[in-house]
Design a binder for this molecule. Structure first.
Ligand code: GTP
Ligand code: MG
Length: 582
């Protein structure tokens, strides 16, 4: 979640130190293991093609054609049956699970490392948690007092003589942070085609099923705190945690959903008696959101186990509470009354699930942009990941044979249950994948990547606005350097923060990257590859850090005559060297 404000250094360092490493393992002694567990969330290397009569669509999602909200409800329900347990480093998994199973059947369990070893344990029934809580003690600590808040974040203690050390070798460690960019470049350089490089990058970076479970669990733990005030509330993840474009290590955007209890949707009788709650009034919806977040933020700060560096950023355009959740390693942004962002997440999830090329291209472009500091984790005048994603979607709508339908078309396909109006804005669009017919575009990922750079390297940013609702560029309504119409709030520009310099850098890099992908030196695996001499090529070469600022590369004519920026020269040099060696 982006906001304009300062971050405390303590916060930044605590997040930097929170490194999550999963030791994925399933207990063989429990039968009810979810078969989905091994699969990745919302991703697949091979597109799942479903051809129903009179329908043509390609779904790329582990969850098949499940709607965004179906997936949300399922995962929220799973999270409510789960606990997070800090374990001694050498925990015997079998004994651990056997000890916990006295409270009921366990559906799944996995371990990860973040400031110690943690286990996520999902019981088959919620009742098991009551039993678990009954057998769990509040710790007594000398010289300090504890807040007696009975959360689902627990610690496993061994007062002996149970031997909890693993007699077998420890299960393999599955890191949950992204690999270093240099390692990624190495990995990609070994692939045989640019298409494979793009798939490999996506596989490497995408969130795993376990990581997504953990995200929902953290929301659920937070909900237990908010429930002190609003017992029927829900805390939902949104943004890249659930829209299919999340990269390992991305932040956890959360939405405190009070709609279920607001009574907004309750039909009042037209005649006769009825009751309504007496409530406090606030000057505005914004003021109400601010006071709710302020109180819950205070509670998270004072009573939330594992929640550190709590900051209440209530004056931002979208008020939020920011903190680090140490046991998971997530940087968390809690918002309320942010239903449009939920809708944006649903829309991105839908687009990303229609065709596997969408997610692959978004991952590659996001990674490329990050490698060249086109995007940043710090808020500023640069392009945000969200804007960049919308730009990729727009590009895919603009193919000669469009890969993605326009938002207006998705609205036409909507059913009665899809109707959604938020703060006067019509956010209606179809949620059922099977209603969407796609056209037969067979372009490869390599072609699309090349064309993406060509498209934005020559886009008339000075005059035109990007509009995924219409699927075509439109005259700019105002003079921001980059204008991307907010899909659900047409009067807003999602990239209003971007300045001219940042846009120029983006355009220059697009041009340079398009040029590189046309050159044989860069677009085929290097001859040294067979001998293990993997000089960066293709996508890997595009991710190489710029030696010089390419902002000086302007105009295609000039570039053709003088394409070799310092960066390209360096890359060509390294290719020559590796040829000599091999
Ligand atoms: P990451 O960089 O991986 O965190 O991507 P993200 O998509 O989660 O972006 P971010 O955390 O910045 O924002 C979370 C969500 O808020 C996005 O997915 C959007 O749904 C929404 N959002 C972010 N920025 C904007 C914006 O400028 N306008 C609108 N309308 N929504 C935004
Ligand atoms: Mg985010």
């Amino acid at each position: 979640m982006r906001f304009h404000g300062s971050l405390s250094a303590a916060m930044a360092s605590s997040i930097a130190m929170c490194r999550l490493h999963l030791r994925g393992s399933l207990s063989k002694c429990f039968k009810k293991v979810d078969s989905c567990f091994q699969r990745k969330f919302g991703t697949s290397t091979a597109a799942t093609k479903t051809d129903a009569p009179n329908k043509k669509y390609k779904i790329d999602s582990k969850d098949g054609n499940k709607s965004f909200y179906t997936v949300q409800e399922e995962k929220i329900e799973q999270a409510e049956r789960s606990v997070l347990i800090s374990c001694p480093a050498k925990t015997n998994e079998k004994k651990f699970l056997s000890y916990l199973s006295r409270h009921g059947d366990i559906n799944k369990c996995f371990f990860y490392e973040s400031y110690g070893t943690y286990a996520v344990v999902e019981f088959s029934n919620k009742e098991s948690l009551t039993s678990l809580h009954e057998g769990t003690a509040i710790p007594s600590i000398n010289h300090e007092a504890t807040v007696p808040f009975k959360s689902r974040l627990l610690s496993l203690r061994n007062a002996g003589p149970v031997d909890m050390s693993n007699d077998q070798s420890a299960p393999p460690c599955q890191p949950q942070t992204t690999i270093h960019i240099n390692d990624l470049i190495q990995r990609l350089s070994k692939e045989a085609s640019i298409d494979q490089q793009i798939s490999s990058l996506t596989e490497t970076y995408q969130l795993t099923e376990e990581n997504v479970c953990l995200r929902f669990l953290v929301c659920s733990l937070l909900k237990d705190i908010a429930a002190a005030y609003f017992p029927e509330c829900t805390i939902r993840p949104f943004g890249s945690s659930v829209n299919g474009f999340g990269k390992l290590g991305c932040d956890l955007d959360m939405f405190l959903d009070l709609d279920g209890i607001s009574g907004r949707n309750l039909k009042r009788p037209k005649a006769g008696l009825s009751l309504e709650y007496q409530t406090k009034r606030s000057a505005s919806e914004r003021a109400c959101t601010q006071s709710i977040l302020s109180v819950i933020g205070e509670c998270v700060d004072q009573f939330g186990p594992g929640c550190v560096g709590v900051q209440k950023i209530l004056q931002a355009r979208c008020p939020l509470v920011r903190f680090a959740h140490q046991p998971s390693g997530f940087q968390c942004d809690l918002t309320a009354n942010n239903r449009v962002a939920m809708k944006s997440s649903e829309l991105l999830y839908l687009y990303g699930g229609l065709d596997r090329r969408v997610r692959c291209l978004v991952f590659s472009v996001r990674c490329w942009a990050r490698a060249h500091s086109i995007t940043s984790s710090i808020p500023g005048a640069w392009i945000s990941n969200f804007s960049l994603t919308v730009m990729v979607l727009f590009f895919l709508q603009r193919r000669t044979i469009p890969i993605l339908p326009t938002l207006d078309h998705l609205k036409e396909l909507a059913g009665p249950l899809d109707k959604s109006v938020i703060e006067g804005n019509d956010c209606t669009f179809v949620s059922d994948f099977t209603k969407i017919r796609l056209q037969d575009n067979t372009e490869t990922l390599e072609q699309l990547l090349q064309e993406f750079f060509e498209f934005y390297g020559t886009f008339a940013f000075n005059r035109m606005s990007i509009n995924i609702r219409k699927g075509r560029e439109q005259n700019k309504p105002e003079m921001s350097p980059l204008h991307i119409q907010n899909p659900f709030e047409p009067a807003l520009n999602v990239s209003k923060n971007v300045n001219g310099t940042q846009l120029e850098r983006f355009v220059a890099l697009c041009r340079e990257s398009a040029w590189m992908l046309q050159q044989r030196e860069f677009n085929v695996p290097h001859s040294g590859s067979a001998t293990g001499n993997n000089a960066p090529w293709g996508l890997a070469a595009l991710l190489m850090p710029s030696v010089s600022q390419v902002a000086g590369v302007k105009g295609r004519k000039k570039r053709k005559r003088e394409p070799a920026s310092e960066r390209i020269k360096g890359l060509l040099e390294s290719l020559k060297n590796s040829e000599v060696k091999s």
